[in-house]
Write a protein that binds this ligand. Structure first.
Ligand SMILES: Nc1nc2c(c(=O)[nH]1)N[C@H]1C(S)=C(S)[C@@H](COP(=O)(O)OP(=O)(O)OC[C@H]3O[C@@H](n4cnc5c(=O)[nH]c(N)nc54)[C@H](O)[C@@H]3O)O[C@H]1N2
Ligand SMILES: Nc1nc2c(c(=O)[nH]1)N[C@H]1C(S)=C(S)[C@@H](COP(=O)(O)OP(=O)(O)OC[C@H]3O[C@@H](n4cnc5c(=O)[nH]c(N)nc54)[C@H](O)[C@@H]3O)O[C@H]1N2
Ligand SMILES: [Mo]
Length: 703
């Protein structure tokens, strides 16, 4: 369920889980786990978890048989498509899909059988900029280099909080230890974040930054690298980039002095950051959610990559390096493309056949040819996870037919006509097809299911294939054959193929079965130029494309109004997006769904600690208890996402008792990174209003 891929050791007596601990013999995680691992038991045993398909009726949810459910779902999809056209049925893939081996290996079959272009996923409220940068520069959207944290001497973290998130696009268990190790070997960890996070607390240095102004900091840093004479345009990676000479002038208008007042970081500090970054024996610039999911997400990720390249840090030990996973999905998937089509209503570019999630509600609400009338949500909860969730909530309620693949009746799946629940995570085999590709050390590990699935249960992949059978009876022979073989042998068979075509001949499924703790494949190593998928084996900097976005930056700088209070998000180590709040041990204690704000800001607004505050944005408002803390930069407020379980019809008792409010009832579906179509949930302008009574925050509800 998490990117860090920690090995777990589960003691059990029959189907009773006795304990869940970190696997000390796992060569990668070496015994480390976080609280989320123990939630595996809670999830498995949760009485609210659906074990059988349910259908929404006038008298509430009714259990139905799998055959009935799958027949009805196929009929519902076909009916919408016959009446309104194939693209009138939409599909959204949520985050847990990428953590699910069977799902990952077979989702292509489901998508092919749905025959719709109306596809969406959590990618466009997350890591989309990483994919686009890698597609442009290295020729494949999944060829993403990661920080060599185990060996770096200087790690610059911009908008990431690995101590809460356990690392992202950087699969690295126990980041606390890894960051401490950097400091212990006389290295440095520097965090740039509008909040003094758990990560910032243990870093060598932390700088507040005004939300969504990172692009200015990064431009100034790039400028300074040249101004101070640190650019290494003849380094190995830079020498592979024919356009590298154009980078010298890319940021020439952005001096450290010119960006200081807007970003909140002084020119002197920016210059020192650059000097120390470039003079360190090794260093890496790493930017994550904080810079991806804001108005300049793509340009910011591009600049972060370019900084690593011109400072000679790409593909070098202790810098930004390419993993070499045993199953390399880069070899079995297309490189990606941007903007082949545009969304009907908001005219936003698709990426790799998916439209941005911010376009989804409009596609359902705005009448006309191509309007979505039916919808499938697969392992997702977009009502809580995407901007302007309230609008999507309304849009879903107007559909003709909807189906959810989910464990629970959630804020999203409550709108479905039928919910198809897969097996629990303890009942399926696992090999991490996705996150081994982002691991900071090369490893491979296969974990067979702990418990057999029951006769009346189905895996996600079984649901996909059975739907595909019903929807796509006339599929081409090759597809039918793969479907039949997968059904007969399970997704393990596809994993075996993946290993066979991977880079390690010695790593077969049998090797992995013989080594249940995992196989150590060694530290990251130099991969250039082979890692590049462009036919010419060169790095394509695509300068024109990115330079054009500087007009938008200029405009932002000219119009910058620092009087706005800006909203950002936050994660907590005991949450996982919207879906671990039904585990008592993960939600117990003080409510975490609070509005954090600095004492100065609180005073200006007349807000006291614990007091209820109405927070209002362009799209909506919520009432939430204030948590006054100097962790936040003045003028910035923070609310975690994934809460808001108080909506009518949700069936997760513990989560409902810790409902909180949804920050995505405030985030704005028109606030986006225009270059990529990615959502911008960080840096949302809001107004605050202190409410009279300081009521118990459990009472706080979306207004
Ligand atoms: N404001 C704000 N919004 C955000 C973010 C933020 O930082 N701030 N973060 C964004 C990010 S990074 C992401 S990835 C998205 C996540 O957005 P989503 O993927 O839409 O939401 P999740 O909360 O992960 O919901 C996952 C759902 O899948 C179900 N589920 C879990 N495992 C499985 C499984 O194996 N099979 C099936 N079929 N179902 C399963 C769960 O019960 C849950 O209902 O949220 C985004 N939204
Ligand atoms: N426990 C737990 N672990 C998780 C998840 C979870 O929900 N809970 N979600 C998983 C998922 S789906 C993902 S994608 C990863 C995300 O992994 P991370 O990116 O590490 O997660 P965040 O905690 O969202 O970190 C983003 C940081 O950016 C900061 N920030 C906000 N706005 C700005 C800005 O404008 N500029 C800068 N510089 N910083 C800013 C925030 O204060 C925050 O500290 O975590 C994964 N791991
Ligand atoms: Mo994510």
């Amino acid at each position: 369920m998490c990117e860090a891929m920690c090995g777990v050791e589960i003691k059990h007596d029959g189907e009773k889980v006795l304990s869940i601990k970190g696997d000390k013999n796992d060569p990668f995680s070496q015994g480390y786990i976080c609280p989320k691992a123990t939630a595996l038991q809670d999830l498995h045993e949760d009485p609210d978890r659906l074990r059988q398909p349910v259908e929404r009726t006038a008298d509430g949810w009714k259990e139905i048989s799998w055959t009935d459910a799958l027949d009805k779902v196929a009929a519902g999809i076909q009916s919408v498509q016959q009446k309104y056209g194939q693209n009138a049925f939409g599909v959204y893939l949520g985050n847990p899909n990428v953590h699910n081996m069977g799902g990952m290996l077979t989702v292509k079959q489901l998508l092919t059988s749905l025959k719709t272009r109306s596809r969406f996923s959590a990618t466009s409220i997350d890591q989309l900029p990483h994919h686009i940068v890698s597609m442009h520069l290295f020729g494949h959207m999944l060829r993403i280099p990661v920080p060599d944290v185990n060996r770096t001497q200087y790690m610059l973290i911009i908008g990431g909080n690995p101590l809460a998130s356990n690392g992202s696009i950087m699969t690295a268990p126990n980041m606390r230890q890894k960051l401490k190790d950097i400091k212990a070997r006389a290295g440095k960890v520097v965090v740039i974040d509008p909040r003094r996070t758990e990560t910032a607390e243990i870093a060598s240095e932390h700088h507040f930054i005004r939300p969504a102004t990172d692009v200015l900091l990064l431009l100034a840093m790039l400028n300074e690298i040249y101004a101070q004479g640190y650019a290494k345009v003849d380094s190995r990676a830079a020498a592979l980039a024919p356009e590298i000479d154009r980078i010298a002038s890319f940021a020439k208008d952005y001096t450290a002095e010119s960006v200081a007042s807007i970003t909140g970081i002084t020119a002197l500090e920016i210059k020192r950051l650059v000097k120390e970054f470039c003079e360190a024996e090794s260093s890496v610039c790493y930017g994550r959610m904080g810079i991806s999911v804001q108005e300049f997400g793509l340009l910011s990720q591009y600049l972060s990559m370019v900084i690593n390249i011109v400072s000679g840090r790409l593909d070098e030990v202790g810098g930004l390096m390419f993993p070499n996973p045993a199953v390399d999905v880069v070899n079995s998937s297309g490189p990606g493309y941007l903007g082949k089509r545009h969304s009907r209503v908001s005219n936003l570019p698709d990426f790799n056949g998916e439209y941005p999630v911010v376009a989804m509600a409009d596609e359902m609400l705005v009448a006309g040819e191509g309007q979505l009338k039916g919808f499938m949500s697969v392992a997702g909860n977009p009502v809580l996870s995407t901007p302007n969730g309230e609008k999507l909530d309304e849009a879903l309620s107007g559909l003709e037919f909807m189906v959810s693949l989910d464990y629970f009746v959630t804020e999203t799946s409550r709108h479905a006509n039928i919910i198809l629940p897969p097996v629990s995570p303890l009942e399926r085999d696992h090999y991490d097809v996705t996150f081994n590709g982002f691991a900071v050390h090369n490893v491979a590990k296969y974990s067979p299911a702990l418990f057999d699935r029951k006769d009346n249960e189905k895996h996600d992949w079984e649901i996909y294939l059975e739907l595909a059978d019903r929807l796509d009876k006339d599929a081409p022979e090759a597809i039918q054959k793969e479907r039949a073989a997968t059904k007969a042998f399970g997704p393990k068979f596809l994993l075996e193929q993946g290993l066979k075509y991977g880079p390690y001949k010695e790593v077969t499924l049998d090797t992995l079965i013989d080594n249940p703790h995992g196989v150590d494949l060694g530290p990251l190593h130099s991969m250039l130029p082979e890692a590049i998928k462009h036919a010419d084996k060169q790095i394509h900097l695509n300068v024109d494309f990115y330079q054009a976005d500087l007009d938008r930056v200029k405009e932002m700088m000219q119009q910058y109004d620092d009087s706005h209070i800006l909203l950002i998000g936050r994660r907590h180590v005991r949450s996982n997006n919207s879906w671990l709040h039904n585990s008592h041990r993960l939600v117990k204690g003080k409510s975490r769904c609070t509005l954090m704000l600095h004492p100065e800001t609180a005073e200006q607004q007349g807000i006291k600690d614990g007091q209820n505050v109405r927070v209002t944005s362009r799209v909506g408002s919520v009432i939430i208890a204030a948590e006054v803390t100097d962790e936040l930069m003045p003028g910035v407020v923070s609310i975690p996402h994934g809460f808001g379980h108080g909506r009518k019809g949700v069936k997760q008792k513990i989560a409902q008792a810790h409902a909180g409010v949804s920050v995505n009832d405030l985030t704005d579906d028109t606030l986006i990174d225009q270059l990529s179509g990615n959502a911008a949930v960080n840096g949302v302008p809001v107004q605050l209003e202190a409410l009279e009574s300081a009521t118990d925050d459990a009472l706080a509800t979306a207004s």
